[in-house]
Design a protein around this ligand. Sequence first.
Ligand SMILES: [Zn+2]
Ligand SMILES: [Zn+2]
Length: 72
Amino acid sequence: MGHHCTVCRKALSRTCLRNGHYRQCGTCEEYYPPSLERDCPHCRNKDSQAEKRMEKEVKETLDLLMKLTPDL
Ligand SMILES: [Zn+2]
Ligand SMILES: [Zn+2]
């Protein structure tokens, strides 16, 4: 684990969850502090990573197409 509560500045405990210092994401089951994050940062990062990968794939595909079909 090694997570520290941003509110009590101690290792995460059940008290933190009970007092709403941390919330468990229903999607990835990771914990995040709702006082700092409006939505789950883990899922958000996952999304942006997937987006970046998709962008890269799109770019690679387009680059390849450009090579195969050069402008006349
Ligand atoms: Zn706490
Ligand atoms: Zn999540």
